[in-house]
Design a protein around this ligand. Structure first.
Ligand code: ZN
Length: 289
C-alpha cells in the first residue's frame, strides 16, 4: 500500500466500521463493484495475493483456448472435476449484506467480476455480470447457450473414467489436476452446429462485450459514489470504473484485504475481510442505528 492510502486507512475495526457506515450514509446511490474476495467465504479460491500478484498459474487465455484442442481438453477435464463443488457453492454474509443494501434502495447497480452467480442467489436483482457466468456455456459459432449442468452431464457421459478423480479446488470452477493424459478427454461440440463451445465467461485476453461496459457506465453516471468490495482491481475491465468514478469526482471506497490498483484514487480504504466489514452495518440497522 502506498503512503496516501495508508493515511486513509482507519486504525481499528471499530473506526473502520464507523467510517464505512458514514460513507454509505453520505451517498444515497452506490455503484458497487465486487470481486473474488466476496466469494472466498463461500469456498471459492481467488487468484491473487495481498500484493495483487498471482498466487498460482494464471488462467488459460482466450487465444490458447480457441487455438488448441489439447488446451480445451485440459480445460474441460479440470472443469469437470472443479464444477462439482463450484456449482454447489452457496452465498455468504457478504452477498447477503449487499442484497440487503439493495433492498433498502441504496444500490444503483452491482457490477461483479465474479462468474459464480452468488449475488443473484443471495437476492440481489440489479446485477451486471461483467465477466459472464460460469453456469452457462456458449457456442462461439452460433451463439447457442447451454446450461452448464446439462453440459456437465455430457462431459460426464463421454468421460466416465474421469469421474473418480478428485483434486483441490482452483478459482473459477477449475481444479488442480496435473500429470494426466488430457488427450483422451472427449469434449462435445455444439449440438446445433458442431461449433466450438466455451464457458460463457470473459477469458483473459478477451474483451468484455461493449454493450455490457456501456450499461455499467450509465449506472456509474447515475450513482453518487463507488464502493469496491473484495477486489484488487488488477484487471483493467474493473479498474476502468474506479478511474471513471474518480474522474467524475465521485468518491470511491474499497473493502479489500491487501493492495488495490486504485489505492491512489480511494477516499476510504478498509483492509478487512468483506463479510467482517459489512456485518456491523446490518447490526447497526437492526438496532435502529
Ligand atoms: Zn453452435
Amino acid at each position: 500500500m502506498n503512503a496516501s492510502a495508508q493515511a486513509l486507512a482507519p486504525h481499528s475495526n471499530e473506526e473502520a466500521s464507523a467510517e464505512l457506515a458514514r460513507f454509505i450514509a453520505d451517498h444515497e446511490r452506490l455503484f458497487v463493484l465486487t470481486g473474488a474476495g466476496c466469494s472466498t467465504g463461500s469456498g471459492i479460491p481467488d487468484y491473487r495475493d495481498a500484493d495483487g500478484g498471482w498466487k498460482r498459474r494464471p488462467p488459460v487465455t482466450f487465444q490458447a483456448f480457441v487455438g488448441g484442442a489439447a488446451t480445451r481438453s485440459r480445460y474441460w477435464a479440470r472443469s469437470l472435476v472443479g464444477w462439482r463443488r463450484f456449482g454447489r457453492a452457496r452465498p455468504n454474509g457478504t452477498h447477503a449484506a449487499l442484497a440487503e443494501l439493495e433492498a433498502q434502495g441504496r444500490i444503483e447497480v452491482l457490477l461483479t467480476q465474479n462468474v459464480d452467480g452468488l449475488h443473484q442467489a443471495a437476492g440481489s436483482r440489479e446485477v451486471i455480470d461483467l465477466h459472464g457466468r460460469l453456469d452457462s456455456v456458449r457456442c462461439l459459432a452460433c451463439e447457442l447457450r447451454l446450461p452448464r449442468d446439462a453440459f456437465q452431464h455430457e462431459l460426464e457421459t463421454r468421460n466416465p473414467s474421469w469421474l473418480a478423480l478428485d483434486a483441490l479446488d482452483a478459482p473459477d470452477g477449475d481444479a488442480d489436476l496435473e500429470g494426466l493424459d488430457f488427450a483422451s478427454f472427449r469434449v462435445p461440440d455444439c449440438p446445433s452446429c458442431d461449433g466450438l463451445l466455451k464457458p460463457d465467461v470473459v477469458f483473459f485476453g478477451e474483451n468484455v462485450p461493449r454493450d455490457r461496459v456501456e450499461r455499467a457506465t450509465r449506472h456509474l453516471d447515475a450513482a453518487d459514489a463507488m464502493l469496491v468490495v473484495g477486489s484488487s482491481l488488477m484487471v483493467f475491465s474493473g479498474y476502468r470504473f474506479a478511474r471513471a468514478a474518480a474522474r467524475a469526482g465521485k468518491p470511491v471506497a474499497a473493502i479489500n484485504l491487501g493492495r488495490t490498483r486504485a489505492d491512489d484514487l480511494l477516499s476510504l480504504k478498509i483492509e478487512r475481510d468483506c463479510a467482517d466489514a459489512l456485518l456491523p452495518l446490518s447490526r447497526l440497522r437492526e438496532r435502529g442505528g
